[in-house]
Design a protein. Sequence first.
Length: 94
Amino acid sequence: SLPRYYSNGASMTVFCYSVVPPLVSRLCKDERARLKNLNMGKRGIPFLSNDTKGNDELWKWAYQVVYTRGFETENGTGDYCIAPMADMFNHATE
């Protein structure tokens, strides 16, 4: 199952950025900027309802699911993929 809460860079506040080392702060801010870019782009997706487009918490959660489980393809297109069930390999059976 997927987590309901994430505590990565996209979830951090301005205060969080001020208490982590500078490199970590910059990387987290970059992640937050990617989330903001996604939020800007969602308006242009015609097949999504306005309720879905307006649910910022849902978009943040979906972004973090992809960001923490996805990988960029090696074919040079910049495509980002998720391998279904791949994250289950790091879970114990007990």
